[in-house]
Ligand binder design. Structure first.
Ligand code: ATP
Length: 566
């Protein structure tokens, strides 16, 4: 894994996308097929092919226990490093102990051999924690010869490489390494659900032989915010499609024969929670992949998001719940139809093809859409917005009519218009015991956004907005996922206990201001938790850049010039 680590470090060190692609392409070209398949998957942050749905189920505490067994360090050492780096791989790696003579003669750890061990860990059944820990300690961590190898071995396991490399760039690097067209590689990844197999096929020239694989989730295309009441310059000179912005759960529905899968934002199959959608989807002729939003809808009326929460992550759904909170899958995009992937088609054609598919029943429906003419002006746009709000939706989506579907990308093709920009999706990094009747629960949360170098930067602390049941559930989770008990240092931490940065919450706030109190250099005023974002992975939280632009937009609205960057 030394070459892997060196390549990953070099990729992290350059901000240039082209340089990242070149570095990765060079590395991939030199690998044999088995290492090529494994390393490409590792670089996407998921050691398993998307279609395998493999999962290591290794929590932070198991990883720390395995590392401690391998390298024998103290809590205080770990705490110091964790505070500095904020990610487990970077924090644990410096604690590596030099390999013993015997270990120096053991087999070297390469991508393919590491993948084989990860397969064994995933295969060890859920409860076999000791076996998993042992495999991790003895076969992976002890086989690392250097801090660099250890750092990336752990980062691969936690799924957080944090080197500024999204799947799109890995695809570009495969294209570059084997002189193929990036669109062809992207299509093959979608089709097969296994980027590792695609890299091998790209070299062998057998990409065409990879078939459409229903059941492999495709990354979700994301939207960029536009500010309500702004000049709407982003909209000028293009043809748009306007859709309601539903306030539900983003989901991707795969229907192939009798098999229906519904993938959440975290790409987990959540079909078991929505049996009524599954039944109606089964009746759709042929094979399709829909992108859409699950919403709670009763007698044609949208129910507020809090109703839908009763349905989330439920395995046993009572007849009463089905009756009280019926759900609908509102489809707004068609990603595959039969053996054709439609990602490169313009949205307009995908939408038209979608509307020709026959659907029956109450629980799968098409989301309505209309063209939006950018010359129509702000008043007409606001009217359309209010109309969506009156019908119980969060706002408007504006999508370029010629937009391709770019999995996992957030760009200017899709824009979201909400009333205010005053919410951020953040991750909880520290927790504190509450006061009064909340003295026995962890109810005060210090949260962070993602910094320029991917480090988490605190930006505020909130203790209102969640229900007692939600706080109780989170308290249980946090107690199992604290990183240590001693209070953390660092700006913005106060007395918080550091926890694994995995719980994503949406925080609303009234004002944003510059502040030396937090690591981000900003503080949110009157933050309140809008909801827990179980559907959102921590990699997708908002960034410091988004904070800066909200801040600049706020100043602009108040007629204050934003301070030029130092
Ligand atoms: P938000 O917090 O604003 O819901 P997000 O960060 O979850 O956003 P974005 O891609 O930035 O995700 O914003 C679009 C989100 O809006 C989607 O993830 C999806 O859940 C939701 N949504 C609702 N209606 C639509 C629609 N018609 N088209 C696309 N996304 C929609």
């Amino acid at each position: 894994m030394i070459r892997f680590g060196q390549t990953a470090d070099a990729i992290a060190a350059t901000p240039s996308k082209l340089a990242k692609i070149e570095l990765l392409a060079q590395y991939l070209r030199a690998l044999d097929d088995a290492d090529l398949a494994a390393a490409t998957r590792f670089f996407t942050g998921n050691p398993f092919a998307a279609r395998d749905q493999g999962a290591l189920s290794l929590g932070g505490s198991t990883i720390v226990a395995a590392a401690r067994a391998a390298w024998n360090f103290s809590d205080a050492d770990l705490a110091t490093h964790y505070r500095r780096h904020g990610d487990l791989g970077a924090a644990l790696a410096p604690l590596i102990k030099p390999a013993t003579r015997l270990e120096l003669f053991s087999e070297t750890l390469g991508p393919a051999s590491m993948k084989a061990i990860l397969d064994q860990i995933a295969a060890a059944s859920g409860k076999a924690a000791t076996r998993k820990r042992q495999l991790l300690c003895e076969r992976i961590l002890r086989a690392c010869r250097s801090e660099l190898e250890a750092k990336y071995a752990i980062k691969i396991i936690t799924g957080e490489l944090r080197i500024g490399l999204k799947e799109g760039l890995v695809i570009d690097a495969i294209a570059k390494a084997f002189e193929r067209d990036a669109a062809e590689i992207r299509r093959a990844v979608m089709a097969s659900g296994d980027i590792g197999a695609v890299a091998v096929a790209a070299r062998a020239g057998t990409l065409q032989e990879l078939a459409v694989s229903y059941g492999s989730p495709i990354g979700f295309m994301l939207a960029s915010p536009i500010l309500y009441g702004s000049s709407y310059r982003e909209l000028q000179g293009a043809k748009w499609i306007a859709e309601d912005k539903f306030d539900g759960i983003r989901a991707q529905l795969h229907k192939d024969g009798d098999i229906v899968r519904i993938f959440s934002r975290t790409l987990n199959d959540v079909a078991h929670s929505y049996p009524e959608i599954v039944t109606d989807a089964r009746a759709i002729p042929g094979s399709v992949i829909f992108d859409g939003e699950i919403i709670a809808e009763k007698e044609g009326r949208v129910l507020p998001f809090r109703y839908l929460q009763a349905r989330l992550q439920r395995k046993d759904i009572s007849a009463q719940l089905l009756e009280e909170v019926p759900v609908t899958f509102a489809c707004f995009d068609l990603l595959a139809h039969g053996q054709r992937f439609l990602l490169d088609e313009p949205l307009e054609s995908r939408r038209k093809e979608l509307s020709r598919i026959s659907i029956t029943g109450d629980h799968v429906r098409f989301a309505s859409w209309s063209y939006w003419d950018s010359d129509a002006g702000a008043d007409a746009l606001h009217e359309r917005f209010e109309d969506a709000r009156r019908r119980g939706h969060e706002g408007l989506m504006l999508k370029r009519a010629e937009s391709p579907y770019l999995p996992g990308r957030r760009g200017k093709w899709w824009l979201k218009l909400k009333r205010e920009l005053s919410t951020l999706d953040v991750v909880v990094v520290g927790v504190e015991w509450g006061h009064g009747k909340r003295a026995k629960v962890l109810s005060d949360y210090t949260f962070a956004v993602r910094g320029d170098d991917n480090r988490l930067l605190t930006i505020g602390r909130a203790y209102s907005g969640l229900t007692d049941a939600e706080i109780a559930r989170l308290t249980e989770w946090f107690l199992e996922h604290t990183l240590r008990d001693a209070p953390a240092a660092g700006r913005g931490w106060r007395h918080a206990i550091p926890v694994e940065p995995r719980v994503v919450i949406e925080v609303a706030f009234d004002i944003i201001q510059e502040s030396a109190l937090h690591e981000s250099g900003f503080a949110l005023r009157f933050p309140r938790i809008v909801r827990i974002r179980d559907d959102k992975p921590p990699e997708d939280i908002d960034t410091i850049d988004q904070v800066r632009s909200i801040y600049a937009a706020m100043l602009a609205r108040e007629g204050i010039a934003s301070p030029s960057p130092a």
